[in-house]
Design a protein. Structure first.
Length: 436
C-alpha cells in the first residue's frame, strides 16, 4: 500500500493522497494521519545506520529528525528541499534532585528546549515546512500562544515562505512573541481564545491558500514522533517504564504513541512504555474526559500561567486517548502552585524549563504519591521548552509576585530573590557567609 493520509475514524477509514492539502477527513470530519503501510525496516541495521549518521556533516544527517528519515518517507532528500535548522539532537539529562522531589529513585529529562528555537515544535516544523515547500505553498500560518509561532516563523523564514501568526490578544509570553517578530512573521493578535482563533484560521487557510502548520497538520506529528526514536537511540534501545509529557493540544502524546506503535510493529521494541499526560487544572479537558469517559467536554475559558498548555479544546484528543489507552497509561492534572514549585526544582538541577514543561515533574510527584508510578520505575519526563521562554514568570515566582490567573498570590516555596546590598565589602562578605 502506498503512503497515504488516512482518516483515523475506523468507521470511515477513508484515505487520500499525501499531495492533498487536508487536515481532517472531508467525509466525516475526523483527523487524518500519515501512514506508510509498506514500511518495513531491519531493527539492527537501521539502529546502526542512524547511529553512524551522527558522524556525518550532511545537513539531513545532522538533523535529529531527518537522521531517521526512513521513518519519514513522505519526503525524499534526493528530490525535495529539506528545511532544517539542525533540530532535534536534544539531550537526556539525569536529575537526582528532581527525582527525590517526585519520590523516585532516579529521573531522566528529555529536554526539547535545546532545539534551535527552544522548544519541541522544531521537530514537527521541519517536517511540516518541508512538505509545504514540496506542495508549492507560499504562505504558512499557525495559531499559537508562543512556541509554535516562534518555530513556524523561523522555519518559514529559512524556507523562503511567508509566516502568518494568529494569537490571542494579551496574556502571552513576550519571550516567545519576540522570536516570531524577529523572524519576520506577520503577527495578528485576535481578540478571542486559542480554540476560537483556530476555527477562524481554518476558514481563512482554505480561502487564501495558506498552509496550516498547527498540530492538525499530519506531517507535524511525523516530525515529533522522532523525539521518541532519538530517545531510544540515546538509551541504547532500553525501553523506559514511563514516558511523561505535558498535555496542551495533545500533539506530542499523539506523536509519541504513533512512534512506538510503528517501532513495535517492525520489531524495534517488544512493548510500549506507559504514557502519563499531565495537564494544568484550569485547562484540563483531557484529564476530565479520561476520568469520566463520558462525552468530551472542551473548557470554554481555559486558564493557566503555563501558556503553552492553555488550550481548552485540544484537537488531537482522539489520537491522544488511543496512545494512553494502548499503553495502559494515565492522565492527571496539577495546580498552578504545583507547577510553579516543580519548575523551581527543575531549575535547582541546573536544567531549567518553561512553565508547561514543569507540569511533568508536578504530575510525577502526584502519581508517585498515589502509587500509580512505582518509585523504582525507569522514567523519562519530556521538558518541552527552554527556561528563557517565559522570564517574567521566573522573576515573579522568585520575588513573591507570581499570581494565578484568578489573582491569588502563589507561595514562593523555593524562592530565590535577588538581594540588594550596600557598596561595603564587609557587609557583602557577611551576607555571602550567611547564605553559603
Amino acid at each position: 500500500m502506498p503512503s497515504v493520509l488516512a482518516c483515523i475514524n475506523t468507521l470511515c477509514a477513508s484515505s487520500f493522497s499525501i499531495d492533498e492539502v487536508i487536515y481532517t477527513c472531508p467525509r466525516c470530519g475526523a483527523l487524518v494521519e500519515y501512514r506508510d503501510e509498506g514500511l518495513s525496516l531491519d531493527p539492527h541495521q537501521s539502529a546502526k545506520l542512524w547511529r553512524a549518521r551522527r558522524m556525518s556533516n550532511l545537513p539531513v544527517d545532522q538533523s535529529g529528525v531527518w537522521r531517521f528519515r526512513e521513518l519519514l518517507a513522505f519526503a525524499n532528500p534526493e528530490t525535495d528541499r529539506i528545511v532544517t535548522l539542525r533540530e532535534g539532537n536534544t539531550p537526556l539529562l539525569d536529575a537526582p534532585r528532581a527525582a527525590a522531589y517526585a519520590g523516585l529513585d532516579s529521573l531522566t529529562f528529555k529536554h526539547q528546549g535545546f532545539n534551535p528555537t527552544g522548544s519541541f515544535k522544531d521537530n514537527g516544523m521541519t517536517a511540516g515546512s518541508t512538505v509545504g515547500l514540496r506542495l508549492g505553498m507560499k504562505r504558512v500560518a499557525c495559531v499559537s500562544t508562543g512556541n509554535t509561532s516562534a518555530s513556524m516563523a523561523a522555519y518559514a523564514a529559512a524556507a523562503g515562505m511567508t509566516p502568518i501568526i494568529f494569537l490571542p490578544h494579551g496574556n502571552i509570553s513576550y519571550g516567545k512573541l519576540a522570536q516570531a517578530l524577529e523572524y519576520g512573521a506577520l503577527t495578528l493578535q485576535v481578540e478571542a481564545n486559542f480554540d476560537q482563533i483556530l476555527a477562524l484560521v481554518r476558514v481563512l487557510a482554505d480561502e487564501l491558500g495558506i498552509y496550516l502548520l498547527n498540530s492538525v497538520n499530519p506531517f507535524r506529528i511525523e516530525g515529533q514522533k522522532t523525539i521518541m526514536v532519538e530517545m531510544m537511540d540515546q538509551l541504547d534501545w532500553r525501553l523506559p517504564d514511563w514516558v511523561v509529557v505535558p498535555g496542551g493540544n495533545l500533539g506530542n502524546i499523539s506523536a509519541f504513541g504513533k512512534a512506538f506503535r510503528e517501532l513495535k510493529a517492525m520489531g524495534f521494541v517488544e512493548r510500549l512504555p506507559r504514557f502519563a499526560v499531565v495537564q494544568a487544572e484550569g485547562s484540563a479537558p483531557f484529564s476530565d474526559y479520561f476520568r469520566d469517559r463520558g462525552e468530551f467536554q472542551p473548557v470554554t475559558s481555559p486558564e493557566t500561567l503555563a501558556t503553552a498548555i492553555r488550550i481548552g479544546d485540544p484537537v488531537s484528543w482522539p489520537k491522544a486517548i488511543d496512545a494512553v489507552d494502548s499503553s495502559s497509561g494515565v492522565v492527571c492534572k496539577v495546580s498552578e502552585q504545583e507547577i510553579a514549585d516543580a519548575k523551581a526544582v527543575v531549575g535547582q538541577c541546573g536544567i531549567g524549563c518553561e512553565p508547561a514543561s514543569a507540569a511533568t515533574l508536578a504530575g510525577l510527584k502526584q502519581l508517585v504519591a498515589s502509587g500509580q508510578v512505582d518509585k523504582s520505575a525507569a522514567v523519562v519526563a519530556v521538558l518541552t521548552g527552554n527556561v528563557l521562554k517565559d522570564p517574567d514568570y521566573i522573576f515573579k515566582y522568585h520575588t513573591g509576585q507570581l499570581k494565578t490567573p484568578a489573582g491569588a498570590l502563589l507561595n514562593s516555596t523555593f524562592g530565590n530573590a535577588p538581594v540588594v546590598v550596600p557598596n561595603e565589602p564587609g557587609r557583602i562578605a557577611d551576607i555571602i557567609n550567611q547564605r553559603t
